[in-house]
Design a binder for this molecule. Structure first.
Ligand SMILES: *[C@@H]1O[C@H](CO)[C@@H](O)[C@H](O)[C@H]1NC(C)=O
Ligand SMILES: *[C@@H]1O[C@H](CO)[C@@H](O)[C@H](O)[C@H]1NC(C)=O
Length: 193
C-alpha cells in the first residue's frame, strides 16, 4: 500500500511543479536556444572529400598577391619574427598560374616563431568554380615553411562548407629565393555535407 502524502510533502511538490513551470515558460519566452532539425538546413549525409589546390604566393612584380604589412622591427631575428603579410593568393587546379582558377586564399600570415621560420596562417579559401562558387573553407594553423610536409587544421567553412572540418597537408612545389615567390600544393581532407 502506498502511504498517503503529507501536507508538507504536498506543499514541497507543488512548489517544485510551479518552479518547473516557470522555468519551462521562461525559456519559451526568452528562448535563446532551441533544438533544430538538421534536415531543415539540408544537412544530409556527411561526406569525406579530398581537394587539391595550388596556392601562388606572389611577392614580386606589378601586382603582388602577398604584401608585407608589418615589418619586423630592425630586422633583428633570423626567423623574421614579427612580420605580417596580407594575402589574396590565387588557387589553381594545376601548378601553373595559367591553369584554371579555382579560388583565392584570402587572409593573413605572420612569422610567429622566434627560433624557426614558422607562420601562423589565418585564411579563407574563397572558391569561385562550379557548385562551390561562393563557398569558403577556413584554415587556421601553424606552417613551418621549410618542412617538407606541413599540416594545418581546417576549422570550418561557409555555404556548402558549413560545418566542415578536417586538415590540409601542404608541400612547397616551387620557391624562388630571389623574390620569395612560391607555389604550394594544398591537399585538403575534409568532412563536409
Ligand atoms: C628590413 O629588411 C628589408 C629587406 O632587407 C628592408 O627593405 C627593410 O627596410 C628593413 N626594415 C628595417 C626596419 O630595417
Ligand atoms: C560565381 O558566382 C559569381 C557571383 O554570383 C558569378 O558572378 C560568377 O559568374 C560565378 N562563376 C561561375 C564560374 O559560376
Amino acid at each position: 500500500m502506498v502511504a498517503p502524502i503529507s501536507k508538507t510533502q504536498l506543499t514541497v511538490l507543488s512548489f517544485l511543479l510551479a518552479l518547473a513551470l516557470v522555468l519551462v515558460l521562461g525559456s519559451a519566452q526568452y528562448g535563446f536556444v532551441s533544438a533544430m532539425d538538421r534536415k531543415l538546413l539540408g544537412l544530409k549525409k556527411e561526406k569525406f572529400s579530398h581537394f587539391r589546390f595550388y596556392l601562388h604566393d606572389i611577392n614580386s612584380g606589378q601586382s603582388p598577391t602577398a604584401m608585407m604589412i608589418i615589418q619586423p622591427p630592425a630586422n633583428k631575428s633570423k626567423s623574421e619574427f614579427g612580420s605580417v603579410s596580407t594575402i589574396g593568393d590565387p588557387l589553381t587546379e594545376g601548378p601553373e598560374l595559367s591553369s584554371k582558377l579555382l579560388g583565392k586564399a584570402q587572409g593573413f600570415y605572420g612569422l610567429a616563431s622566434q627560433d624557426e621560420v614558422a607562420l601562423l596562417m589565418a585564411m579563407n579559401f574563397h572558391i569561385v568554380q562550379g557548385k562551390y562558387n561562393g563557398s569558403t573553407i577556413t584554415i587556421l594553423g601553424r606552417n613551418q615553411v621549410l618542412d617538407k610536409v606541413r599540416e594545418m587544421p581546417v576549422i570550418g567553412g561557409s555555404g556548402l562548407f558549413r560545418f566542415a572540418r578536417g586538415y590540409a597537408h601542404l608541400s612547397t612545389h616551387k620557391f624562388d629565393p630571389s623574390n620569395r615567390d612560391s607555389v604550394v600544393e594544398y591537399n585538403i581532407y575534409l568532412l563536409h555535407y
